[in-house]
Design a protein around this ligand. Structure first.
Ligand code: BES
Ligand code: ZN
Length: 854
């Protein structure tokens, strides 16, 4: 499928780009002039650069004019000269023109409406991974670093920002100024950025006197204050942690109305979706604050890990993304300990990674990639979440001090340059004295991870001890293809008496002894990247410990999370896990509940297929009832952050499951919210909206749409858009789907709206039919975007019949989607796994549910 792809020739490389861009916000075009200082390495008559969707009017090298030819497939331009260019430095100058496109990549347009109803137009960049070439002809590969001198020629009333501080501003024509920015350090093209438009900002300085600003759309600057506070805490944290100074004099964070990803770490000018940066004192939820802190923590970590030291090639993308996805938690934990954010990690990252990586259509962390669509594909849960989980395991194994010392070495050795995974392993090995590469390469070069089976018996000749036998094999949901892959697994074991045992499982199996105890748990704290399959008696002991409140929060999470996966793989009957849920009725914490309910969500798909949704809802109601009774609707003075989050999950679940009194209260609160009499706290809005929609009709639907029209806050809009699809009437759901592709929804949010309309099999099939019928629209808007693969994921992952799988398969055979290829395979695999689970467990699930009166 993939087109052949060639890296740029190595006979030349850039040293400095002196770039002047003149964006025109009236007709959405731009003009460019640049002089690139080029190092000619070997004599050559041609220079080949990346360039896409740009017209080049003229080019010359020193005084020699170039003949220009484009290769659209390869996204390159070739400059050919009459005679050989001499080895050494020369100047490649050119003028070019382009279009500010509407596809959220390269140099693109974005619009918003201010509070007076005026349309404000902006020009914005998003270059990672391979779109700098849409704004300037350049050597668009991470290893071809250079310095950049940027000048933007803009209307003098507009804000113009770039990676560096403004150094001069000269009037060039009527109302136009040339804003010149300081030279950047040597860096990769994908980190270059500039934004032009109308923005407000708040500013401050961190403890190291770095100048910081948070830019927001006009009128929203107060919503930037929280992010500014986070950034002011975060930057000094990283400076100390890495023991390397922040290399730039300033850092700007800016909220962009149209933005495909969540955020982008451009050096010194980090761009964000509004929902990942803005916090409103009255209208933002606790979950949003958490998210903003994590995203800021993530992007600021890249300022060192990614920007100062960059991966040599995209194969090592995980170094950037896995690392940042780990350290964002370390940073938020330091700045906001009340979030207990590491507990969130096990659900948001570790569990996501283990889920995806159990598929045959997963991929190793380090993966060969060539062309842009292959590169796009690996911005996924393997690079991010498995990468982060593997780093967390390594950090635990080496210990904080050695780990940190190794990182500092790695950054200092490779600063302003590029590095590979192996370079990181070497630095960490030097600092720790441990065989880091030997242990880690199995985790990054092999796909998948092990399941550890464990059994215990009294140790021979010493009845004060237990002998544990552990065995590893690759964990596979399908289970069919036996694999003989092995990992070197750092394993921790905790016993009821608090004894902690550590070992490195390097072989297929091993045994060791621990002091005898009422229970023994592997993977305490849920730090290892593996699943555990306990012998029946060990599991019984652990369930007893759970019921007696003897397991920590992450261990309670770990137990149910592993058991669901073992059930999905056919190693444990599903009914056993449904029964286990009972033991969680006393659970008090958000993450455990949230994960349990989301795992039950995948069983709900099966119940739906079996026509047992009413009984299923009754099962959920009795499960959540006691916890809901403890917590109630109203915030209590003693409530912390966790209780706030928990309340919304429980109420949401009960409301959708038709719990009478929750429903009545939700309706009452909704009415007062709509009339303005008493606004619902932001934390409970999503669960109230979805409850009234799921149990209401057209009247409630219209009322929610009104709220959508009324708000100018992206967080609130997205909250509503995600809920709309809960409406049960098919004609309302059809309106939701139409809305998703209308100009009332920003392209970046379309996927949420459609995903929100997939809450039952019937709704999912309708959404899938809709997307198929509008496929050309999706291709036009999302071609070559990772948003397309997100769409496939949301739509097609939870089907559960062979006919559905065949339909999806046939559709994508006829309509290939290169950047979503792997996601399509994963969705098909998931569907076929669901078919197998139904065949295996369908009858017993039916029997289990019979006890619940609908
Ligand atoms: N480098 C990425 C942005 C990115 C994502 C560029 C996909 C190109 C394609 C950035 O650092 C990032 O990881 N952003 C995340 C948010 C983060 C908190 C996980 C995102 O956009 O989802
Ligand atoms: Zn990132």
């Amino acid at each position: 499928m993939s087109k052949p792809f060639e890296r740029l020739p190595t006979h030349s490389k850039p040293v400095n780009y002196n770039l002047t861009l003149t964006p025109n916000l009236n007709d959405f075009t731009f003009k460019g002039e640049q002089v690139i200082t080029v190092q000619v390495i070997e004599p050559t008559k041609t220079l080949v650069l990346n360039s896409a969707e740009i017209e080049i009017q003229s080019a010359k090298f020193n005084d020699a004019s170039a003949e220009i030819s484009f290769n659209t497939e390869e996204e390159t331009v070739k400059f050919s000269f009459p005679s050989e260019l001499p080895v050494g430095e020369g100047k490649l100058s050119m003028s070019f023109t382009g279009i500010l496109n509407d596809r959220m990549k390269g140099f693109y347009r974005s619009k918003y409406t201010d509070s007076d109803g005026n349309e404000i137009r902006c020009a914005v960049t998003q270059f990672e991974p391979t779109d700098a070439r849409r704004s300037l002809p350049c050597w668009d590969e991470p290893e071809l670093k250079a310095t950049f001198d940027v000048t933007l020629v803009v209307d003098k009333n507009l804000t113009a920002v770039s990676n560096m501080l403004e150094v001069s501003r000269t009037e060039v024509a009527d109302g136009l100024v040339a804003v010149k920015f300081d030279r950047t350090p040597i860096m990769s093209t994908y980190l270059l950025a500039y934004v032009v438009g109308k923005f407000d900002y708040v500013e401050g300085r961190d403890a190291d006197f770095i100048k910081m600003r948070v830019f927001t759309p006009i009128g929203k600057k107060d919503q930037g204050l929280f992010a500014l506070e986070v950034a002011k805490k975060t930057l000094p944290f990283y400076r100390k942690f890495f023991n390397v100074a922040y290399p730039l004099p300033k850092l700007d964070l800016i909220a962009i109305p149209d933005f495909a990803a969540g955020a982008m770490e451009n050096w010194g000018l980090v761009t964000y979706r509004e929902t990942a940066l803005l916090v409103d004192a009255d209208n933002s939820s606790a979950a949003t604050k958490e998210w903003v802190a994590l995203v800021v923590g993530h992007e600021l970590a890249h300022q060192w890990f990614g920007n100062l030291v960059t991966m040599k090639w995209w194969t090592d993308l995980w170094l950037n993304e896995g690392f940042a996805s780990w350290i964002e938690y370390l940073c938020v934990d330091h700045c906001y300990p009340e979030f207990d954010i590491w507990t969130r990690f096990v659900q948001s990252d570790l569990s996501r990674a283990l889920e995806l990586d159990a598929l045959e259509n997963s991929h190793p962390i380090q993966v060969e990639v060539g062309n842009p669509s292959e590169i796009d594909e690996i911005f996924d849960a393997i690079s991010y979440s498995k990468g982060a989980s593997v780093i967390r395991m390594l950090h635990e194994w080496l210990g904080q001090d050695a780990f940190r010392e190794g990182l500092t070495r790695y950054l200092k050795q490779n600063k302003f340059a590029n590095a590979s995974t192996e370079n990181l392993w070497e630095a960490l090995a030097d600092a720790s004295g441990q065989p880091v590469q030997f242990v880690m390469e199995g985790w990054t070069k092999q796909m998948g991870y092990p399941v550890i089976s464990v059994a215990s018996k009294p140790a021979e000749g010493d009845d004060s001890k237990l002998e544990l036998t552990i065995t590893q094999e690759k964990f596979q949901l399908g289970g069919a293809n036996k694999s003989d892959l092995l990992w070197r697994v750092p394993i921790q074991v905790l016993t009821a008496t608090g004894h902690k045992h550590q070992l490195m499982l390097a072989e297929k199996s091993d045994s060791f002894t621990v002091p005898k105890a009422a229970w023994v748990k592997l993977n305490p704290g849920c730090i290892g990247v593996y699943r555990v399959d306990y012998s029946a008696s060990m599991l019984q002991d652990l369930i007893a410990a759970l019921k007696h409140g003897q397991l920590s929060q992450r261990d309670r999470f770990n137990l149910e999370n592993d058991l669901f996966a073992l059930a999905a793989a056919g190693r444990v009957p599903i009914v056993q896990v449904l029964q286990l849920a009972d033991a969680y009725k006393a659970e008090q914490f958000y993450t455990v509940w949230s994960d349990l309910l989301s795992n039950l969500g995948s069983v709900q798909v099966l119940a739906d297929h079996l026509g047992l949704l009413d009984k299923w809802r009754a099962f959920l109601r009795q499960l959540c009832e006691p916890a809901y009774q403890r917590l109630g609707w109203d915030a209590r003075p003693a409530d912390g952050h966790d209780a706030t989050l928990l309340r919304s999950v429980l109420i949401g679940c009960l409301g959708r499951a038709g719990h009478e009194s929750v429903l009545a209260e939700a309706k009452a609160k909704f009415a007062k919210h709509c009339s303005g009499e008493c606004p619902i706290t932001p934390d409970l809005r999503a669960c109230v909206y979805s409850t009234v929609l799921a149990n209401g009709g057209v009247e409630e639907f219209e009322a929610v749409l009104k709220l959508l029209e009324k708000t100018d806050m992206q967080e609130e809009k997205v909250r509503i858009l995600r809920c709309l699809g809960r409406a049960r009437a098919p004609e309302l759901r059809q309106r939701v789907l139409e809305l998703a592709v209308s100009d009332k929804v920003r392209l970046q949010d379309t996927v949420f709206v459609i995903g929100g309309a997939c809450h039952s099999l019937e709704a999912r099939r309708a959404a899938w039919q809709f997307v198929k019928s509008r496929w050309s629209w999706f291709v036009e808007k999302f071609a070559g975007q990772f948003l397309l693969s997100r769409l496939v994921q949301l739509l097609c992952n939870d089907f559960c019949t062979a006919e559905d799988a065949d339909d999806v398969d046939a559709f994508f055979k006829a309509n290939p989607a290169p950047s979503a290829e792997r996601n399509i395979k994963q969705a098909l695999e998931n569907t076929r796994l669901n078919v197998a689970i139904l065949a295996r467990d369908g009858d017993s699930v039916k029997e289990f549910l019979a006890q619940f009166a609908a």
